[in-house]
Design a protein around this ligand. Structure first.
Ligand SMILES: Nc1ncnc2c1ncn2[C@@H]1O[C@H](COP(=O)(O)OP(=O)(O)O)[C@@H](O)[C@H]1O
Ligand SMILES: Nc1ccn([C@H]2C[C@H](O)[C@@H](COP(=O)(O)OP(=O)(O)O)O2)c(=O)n1
Length: 224
């Protein structure tokens, strides 16, 4: 049916708070689709870097987004047919993505790709503006966070597991700078809106966080 409501759970929050991991596991538990919106910004960033387009070239960046050739399979993300799943996770790519994410023209260009993923039986979406802009009528909106040191530690472990070298001290500063830029920009800033539930995951393991999110969703009355 055309206008049937499709449930959406949004998880927005700062870098390395666990959004992608939790969102994917919750989507699997509920049999919902999953949107990693950050991957879209990272893919545009990687494509631009590969083409030598400067992050300050807004028109160039938007042009790349318009012709972006990406595919999302179960665990692999492809750009122009090449698996870039690990490459897009590099901090340099995240930083470039954060810089270009300030352009409202780029955000408009990526809007439809994100909303098109809202399909039955439901969607779990993670990013910065999922609850505030992309899916304002979401069933459950969560702001997922953890303290700075914990998030830097998580990112450090994640990068090392991918064979990407990084220092925790550098990551604390890099994440702080990126989160500041993402929160202070004019276009779709990262923020905890009034209708968004705060979930601080400091000291909680992944299973505990997934359990809390599933509990919040059950309490929202959306599960028959
Ligand atoms: N509650 C948690 N406790 C410990 N590690 C976590 C937790 N949540 C996520 N992680 C790990 O932290 C790293 C960053 O998580 P990720 O989902 O990429 O965060 P984000 O999408 O918010 O940047 C991943 O390696 C993930 O497995
Ligand atoms: N919905 C989104 C998702 C990401 N972004 C931008 C801002 C982020 O710093 C970068 C990278 O996002 P991503 O979620 O992949 O970053 P983390 O995994 O949280 O470190 O993209 C955005 O502006 N809006």
């Amino acid at each position: 049916m055309k206008n049937q409501y499709v449930p959406v759970i949004t998880l927005d929050g700062p870098s390395a708070s666990g959004k992608g991991t939790i969102a994917r596991l919750v989507s699997q538990a509920l049999g919902f689709h999953y949107l990693d919106s950050g991957a879209l910004y990272r893919l545009v960033a990687l494509a631009a870097m590969k083409r030598g387009v400067d992050a300050g070239d807004e028109q160039g960046v938007v042009g790349i987004a318009r012709s972006l050739d990406v595919s999302f399979a179960d665990s692999s993300i492809r750009l122009d047919g090449i698996d870039v799943s690990d490459e897009i996770r590099a901090e340099a790519c995240g930083e470039y993505a954060s810089k270009i994410a300030q352009y409202s023209a780029l955000r408009v260009e990526l809007l439809e790709r994100q909303r098109d993923l809202r399909k039955l039986p439901g969607l779990v979406a993670d990013g910065r503006d999922m609850g505030s802009v992309i899916f304002p009528d979401a069933t459950l909106k969560i702001y997922l966070t953890a303290n700075e040191e914990e998030r830097a530690r998580r990112r450090h472990k994640q990068l090392m597991e991918k064979g990407i070298n990084a220092s925790i001290a550098h990551l604390v500063l890099a994440l702080r700078e990126r989160d500041e830029r993402d929160s202070k920009r004019v276009a779709s800033p990262l923020q905890q809106c009034e209708d968004t539930r705060l979930l601080d995951t400091t000291g909680l393991n992944i299973d505990q966080v997934v359990g809390k999110v599933l509990g919040m969703y059950a309490d929202s009355g959306s599960i028959e």
